[in-house]
Structure formats: structure tokens, C-alpha cells
Design a protein around this ligand. Structure first.
Ligand code: G3P
Ligand code: CA
Length: 245
């Protein structure tokens, strides 16, 4: 039986503010094997960790990530719905700060390039340069809904693992992943059927479904030998994983 890695989606986002250092630290504490995070670019070209292009949902501020400098973004408070329970402010982190912390852990990291709405010119190369500077090539999987970015990374940094994200079911996704030189794909869990996982494994293509929080679905995907699952609740997924193995 394949060991399925547990990736904490936006960190331990069930219990802590998504895409913050707090959520990443707590994911590690909960026993996750890796974290997933979302990257965008600030007005001054810095890589910042935040999911939405708009600031309102997670920081309560108006406007767009792309219109603020990194220092302005880092002054925002990303605690949103956890303001009542968390005393300390949680800034929007720089990717550099997260990766420097991660380099001292045993965690893997799935960096999602969030450039489907705004193209963030040059973002792929900035991410590649940072991974190289911190010597994290072995610990990173780059993913995106923007498959042109996946191809760009595969051409310019073939040693870094990549995976297109698939929101819908497609025919023979392992063939598609190979066709764009990716070593895996990240399907919505509803489209990660057992047969697709089996065929992908046979073709040495990793399958890491998102975002799986339901106990029976987590069990199914682990039993089907998924390479990893991406979940908001790494504590629950780890418990289920440990029970199965
Ligand atoms: O990478 C999988 C998942 O994170 C993609 O969806 O919207 O949560 O970034 P989203
Ligand atoms: Ca994501």
C-alpha cells in the first residue's frame, strides 16, 4: 500500500486563519506531511501568500492584492473569522518568510500559482528563483489552474515537480499531465475516481485530490493509494491515515 501524504490546504485552515504563519505552524504540529498555499504578487513585485485577488474576505479591507505594496499587505490582519479566538494579529505573509521557516522543517510544500485572474507577469520565474535560492527544489510541488504556467515551469525548471489543477473531470488525466510534462495532477476530489487513481499510479503520475474534508472520502482516497490528499483538517486526515496503515 502506498503511503498517502497529508497536505494542509492553506495550512490548518479548518481551525486557523488560512494562508497565515499560524495556520502553517499548526499544520506541522498536527502531523501534516506538507502544506498547500496560494501565491500572488504585490504592486512592487513581491510574492505574497493569499488566496483571493480581493482583500475583503480575509482581511476586511477593500481593494486588490495587486494594488498594494508588500509592506502594505504585511500590515493587514488576516485573522478574519478567527479574530475572536486569536489574540495576536496574523499578517499576510511573504512567500519568502514561509519558505525560510519551512526549510527548517520536514514539510513538503505545494505552492499554487494564483494567476488565473490577473496574469502577474514574471511570477513563475520569481517563484523558481526563490526555490533555487533556498535550495528547496526537492520539497516543492508547483501547481496551478493556469496550465500555461505549468508548462513554463516545466520548460525552465524541469527539476521542480509540477501538477496542473483540474476543476472538472477530464478524459485520461494522466495522459494530459504527461503531455504538458507534469509529474502529477490535482483533481477536485469528486473527479478522483478509484480507476483514475489506479491508472495514474500505473503511469507513474501522482494524484493529489483537493479539498477533501469528509471522513469517508478521505478513507476512500487513502485506500485507493493516492499520492497525497489536500485537506483543511490535517489532524483528522492524519488520524484516518494512521488507522488505515
Ligand atoms: O490546490 C488545490 C486547491 O487549493 C485549489 O483551489 O480555490 O482552494 O485554491 P483553491
Ligand atoms: Ca489553493
Amino acid at each position: 500500500m502506498v503511503l498517502t501524504w497529508i497536505f494542509a490546504h492553506r495550512g490548518f485552515s479548518l481551525a486557523y486563519p488560512e494562508n497565515t504563519m499560524k495556520a502553517f505552524i499548526e499544520a506541522e504540529r498536527a502531523g501534516a506531511d506538507g502544506i498547500e498555499l496560494d501565491v500572488q504578487m504585490s504592486k512592487d513585485g513581491q510574492l505574497v501568500v493569499i488566496h483571493d485577488e480581493k482583500l475583503d474576505r480575509t482581511t476586511g479591507e477593500k481593494g486588490f492584492v495587486k494594488d498594494l505594496s508588500a509592506s502594505e499587505l504585511m500590515r493587514l490582519d488576516a485573522r478574519y473569522k478567527f479574530k475572536q479566538t486569536l489574540v495576536k494579529k496574523e499578517p499576510v505573509p511573504l512567500l519568502r518568510d514561509v519558505l525560510e521557516w519551512l526549510s527548517n522543517t520536514s514539510l513538503q510544500c505545494n505552492i499554487e500559482l494564483k494567476n488565473g485572474t490577473f496574469p502577474y507577469h514574471g511570477m513563475e520565474d520569481k517563484v523558481i528563483d526563490l526555490i533555487r535560492e533556498l535550495k528547496l527544489e526537492e520539497k516543492i510541488i508547483l501547481s496551478s489552474f493556469n496550465h500555461y504556467s505549468i508548462v513554463h515551469v516545466n520548460r525552465h525548471a524541469p527539476d521542480i515537480e509540477t501538477a496542473p489543477i483540474l476543476a472538472e473531470g477530464i478524459y485520461m488525466p494522466w495522459v494530459y499531465a504527461k503531455s504538458i510534462l507534469a509529474s502529477g495532477f490535482h483533481p477536485h476530489y469528486r473527479y478522483a475516481h478509484d480507476e483514475i487513481i489506479k491508472k495514474s499510479c500505473q503511469h507513474h503520475i501522482a494524484v493529489r485530490p483537493y479539498t477533501v474534508n469528509n471522513e469517508s472520502e478521505i478513507q476512500r482516497l487513502i485506500k485507493a493509494d493516492c499520492s497525497a490528499i489536500i485537506t483543511d483538517d490535517p489532524a483528522k486526515a492524519k488520524r484516518i491515515n494512521d488507522d488505515i496503515h
